[in-house]
Write a protein that binds this ligand. Structure first.
Ligand SMILES: *[C@@H]1O[C@H](CO)[C@@H](O)[C@H](O)[C@H]1NC(C)=O
Ligand SMILES: *[C@@H]1O[C@H](CO)[C@@H](O)[C@H](O)[C@H]1NC(C)=O
Ligand SMILES: *[C@@H]1O[C@H](CO)[C@@H](O)[C@H](O)[C@H]1NC(C)=O
Ligand SMILES: *[C@@H]1O[C@H](CO)[C@@H](O)[C@H](O)[C@H]1NC(C)=O
Ligand SMILES: *[C@@H]1O[C@H](CO)[C@@H](O)[C@H](O)[C@H]1NC(C)=O
Length: 473
């Protein structure tokens, strides 16, 4: 930890450097570019490495998976399917206390047990509250070279990262120890089942981490990874287990004009009201759902919602503008409503991963102005360090989950990831386009301080998911 610059020093610096606003602008621009390019890149990578086939049909929604290429279809009527709104009068058989406190306890929680439970976490232990411990014996959980599924935007060693320090940290909760990640147990529990990650490129990172953690115990011909033609769905199959681990690109969860997994629109993002079924169709029949959504809402402007039956392409659109928090709340409500209508709380589980933090401005942790995660190899040691992540969003999540009748398991990874300025891919990734001499001369200008190297931090997110799946209370 470098101490903050004393005021005198920083004013001297300011005289000889561009204004701090310049850096803010620069980092924001880089951030947007990275977001934009990331998924494009991973698409091209998959084209090279992975046989692209339509996903073999696993059930009903064939037409939605393979023909929904056209991003702008008329809104479908709100789901009218079977209602299983589990009236809270029926005493809920399993369900028990569950995520820490995303709020006050629900009346049903104390008497029942969640599906997949095999044990309990030590009483009163909040697994998200803890510290990073250096552990060269048990970390990393796998080697980068052992996992062929990592997209080249995340293979930091292959792209020249000189150190491996970021791979050697283990998360140690204050109140208990995390169970060891057991791939056999995970796959046994998913026998004949589907697990799906739904969200943006950060959730894709967690998805890939999960695949890397599981694939090791499977012989070469007992597994496969395939993507749909439009790249919106990726499926890892553990054949002998008849289990799938899937990813669905849905950066806003709701339908948006950024839904094309290959070409996202970024400058004028727009989301459609009441459109959760657009992606929700892909989630039906899934046994373990893991959602995330955050970065795409952070435009720094009001969020545009398309209303009515119009399409994003229409010349004349009925648009409503909402603050970031209100817009995010709309998405949370839609997601929860979908879950209540479509998931069976006796058999399935729903997780939600909180905001993945950025390290695009070193002044936030007392570094030199103009820096970011580039060249960072140490952790932030300020207790409860918090960067620029939107705390109101955390509040919105907590409030909405607290009201949910379906128990949502919250993966509160924001704080613990905030310490990890060392764990981003930085400049050690496949670049979208050749770097200019100006960029090469100034690596900070193209460092990716959004995404994370694998193996690395996101393996910990999955250890926490593992813990919450089997030892939820
Ligand atoms: C998330 O975890 C951090 C660290 O333990 C804690 O301070 C924060 O209150 C938690 N947030 C929620 C919404 O549970
Ligand atoms: C992992 O889980 C399997 C299946 O439940 C069990 O047989 C095995 O003993 C576990 N391994 C470890 C190291 O706990
Ligand atoms: C395989 O799993 C799917 C659910 O993903 C299930 O519908 C199907 O019946 C299973 N097949 C066998 C042979 O167990
Ligand atoms: C869950 O199981 C209980 C019996 O164990 C049953 O009474 C209840 O209706 C089930 N709920 C759903 C949504 O299937
Ligand atoms: C990277 O950091 C080290 C130590 O913090 C420093 O000595 C070195 O000059 C930095 N390198 C660059 C290229 O900024």
């Amino acid at each position: 930890m470098k101490p903050p610059l004393p005021p005198s020093t920083s004013s001297v610096l300011r005289k000889t450097r561009p204004s701090p606003y310049f850096y803010t602008f620069l980092t924001f621009t880089v951030f947007v570019l990275i977001l934009y390019c990331e998924d494009l890149l991973s698409i091209f990578y998959r084209n090279e490495l992975v046989p692209i086939k339509p996903i073999p049909e696993t059930g009903k929604e064939k037409e939605t998976k393979l023909t929904s290429k056209l991003p702008f279809v008329l809104r479908e009527p709100e789901e009218t399917g079977k209602k299983e709104e589990t009236e809270s009068t029926s005493k809920l058989p399993f369900v028990t206390g569950e995520p820490e406190e995303t709020g006050k306890k629900k009346e049903t929680k104390s008497t029942s047990k969640l599906p997949f439970t095999i044990g309990e976490t030590e009483e009163g232990c909040d697994i998200f509250s803890g510290r990073w411990v250096r552990d060269e014996l048990t970390r990393p959980l796998y080697e980068e070279s052992e996992c062929p599924y990592i997209q080249p935007q995340l293979t930091c060693q292959e792209h020249g990262r000189p150190d491996k320090e970021y791979q050697k940290w283990r998360w140690q909760p204050h109140g208990c120890d995390l169970p060891r990640f057991n791939a056999t147990l995970m796959l046994e529990s998913l026998r004949g089942k589907r697990m799906m990650f739904v969200g943006d490129s950060l959730n894709r990172g967690q998805y890939v981490s999960m695949v890397c953690l599981l694939h090791r115990i499977l012989p070469p011909n007992a597994k496969s990874l395939e993507s749909s033609i439009d790249q919106s769905l990726t499926v890892f199959r553990a054949k002998d287990y008849n289990a799938t681990i899937e990813f669905n690109w849905a950066p806003f969860l709701l339908e948006s004009n950024s839904d094309n997994a290959i070409v996202h629109r970024v400058d004028d993002r727009m989301v459609k009201k009441g459109s959760i079924n657009k992606h929700g169709k892909n989630w039906k029949g899934v046994d373990v759902l893991v959602f995330n959504t955050y970065l795409w809402w952070m435009t720094g402007r009001k969020m545009k919602f398309l209303k009515g039956k119009g399409s994003f392409k229409d010349e004349k659109k009925d648009i409503e503008e909402l603050t970031t928090e209100d817009a995010y709340r709309v998405a949370m409500k839609s997601m929860l409503k979908w879950v209540r209508k479509n998931m069976d709380r006796n058999k399935t589980r729903v997780f939600f991963t909180s905001m993945s933090p950025l390290h695009i401005k070193s002044q936030e942790w007392g570094g030199e102005p103009g820096g970011n995660c580039y060249n960072e190899t140490t952790l932030i040691e300020v207790p409860n360090y918090w960067g620029s992540e939107n705390k109101n969003i955390m509040q919105v999540i907590a409030e909405e989950f607290d009201k949910s009748k379906f128990p949502i398991t919250f993966l509160n990874i924001t704080q613990l990831s905030s310490y990890r300025k060392d764990a981003h891919t930085s400049i050690y990734k496949k670049q979208w386009s050749p770097l200019t001499p100006e960029q090469l001369a100034n690596p900070v200008s193209y460092a990716d301080c959004v995404h994370w190297c694998l193996p690395g931090l996101q393996d910990t997110w999955n250890e926490l998911l593992f813990t919450k799946l089997f030892y939820p209370s």
